[in-house]
Design a protein around this ligand. Structure first.
Ligand code: ATP
Ligand code: MG
Length: 242
């Protein structure tokens, strides 16, 4: 029987947007993944502030965004764990659920460039495969530079026409996949909302509706800001995914 292929897309998803969906769809197609798990990271409550979505809200938006796409699955593993979201722990949990599958960590280049800050990143790299995708503003080949020489030969650029072969999964650790990425970020979405501008087309309509209905990412009142201990207006600090 063919070994199952499971993609893991982690992030803060604050909020999930069409760039995430497009990347997940492109990777799924090229690598014939059976499923892609969307895993919002836990952000400790004290790091949140007025106008920033709670873990439950971020998970809910992911659920809404991928509803109806059977291969995309929301996962609460990191939110339920309630600690800092370490990729190694997440991976171990996923591997318990899919013990016989090929597992692929899907990341934009921007996120991959921070891999060395992850806890036990080399163990993560040993235990699963990475698929690094284009992110506007970054060059895919920058991904090669962050790794030491030991990994140079473990990186493979996948061209647009090549058929992905299972035998590659034995030698290669990191695939660089050029996709037609959308120039969208959650930061930009939060900023637009604060400024009262439209986010139509940047997130699925159901997510847009949810954001407005719940008043997410609105500019908090100055009083609320002070009560949270923020002297200025940018409060959306976001811990990385490590
Ligand atoms: P923020 O601006 O808050 O950092 P973000 O848009 O970068 O949000 P994240 O939740 O940080 O979204 O990203 C989760 C993962 O999805 C990361 O690996 C990131 O590189 C990738 N990603 C995010 N947006 C895109 C996009 N437009 N195209 C391709 N990959 C993306
Ligand atoms: Mg990001």
């Amino acid at each position: 029987m063919k070994k199952e292929r499971v993609g893991i897309l982690g992030g803060t998803f604050n909020p999930v947007h069409n760039g995430h969906l497009r990347a997940a769809a492109a990777v799924r197609k090229r690598f014939s993944l059976d499923r892609v798990l969307f895993i919002p990271s836990f952000i400790p409550p004290h790091k949140e502030s007025a106008g920033i979505a709670s873990p439950e809200e971020r998970l809910r938006m992911v659920e809404l965004a991928i509803r109806g796409r059977a291969a995309f699955i929301p996962s609460a593993v990191e939110i339920r764990a309630k600690g800092k979201s370490y990729s190694i722990l997440t991976l171990n949990r996923i591997k318990k659920i899919y013990p016989r599958a090929w597992t692929f960590f899907i990341l934009g280049v921007d996120a991959f460039l921070e891999i060395e800050t992850w806890r036990e990143w080399e163990r993560v790299l040993k235990q699963c495969l990475f698929i690094v995708v284009t992110r506007p503003g970054y060059r895919l080949r920058q991904a090669r530079k962050v790794l030491g020489v030991a990994y140079r030969r473990r990186v493979r650029s996948v061209s647009r026409l090549e058929k992905v072969r299972e035998q590659w999964f034995l030698g290669t650790r990191i695939f660089l996949l050029s996709i037609d990425a959308a120039d969208i970020s959650s930061t930009e979405i939060r900023r637009r909302i604060r400024e009262g501008r439209s986010i139509t087309g940047l997130v699925p309509a159901v997510v847009e509706g949810y954001i407005h209905k719940h008043g997410l990412y609105q500019k908090p009142s100055p009083r609320k800001m002070r009560s949270l201990g923020f002297p200025s207006n940018e409060s959306a600090r976001k811990p990385g995914h490590g």
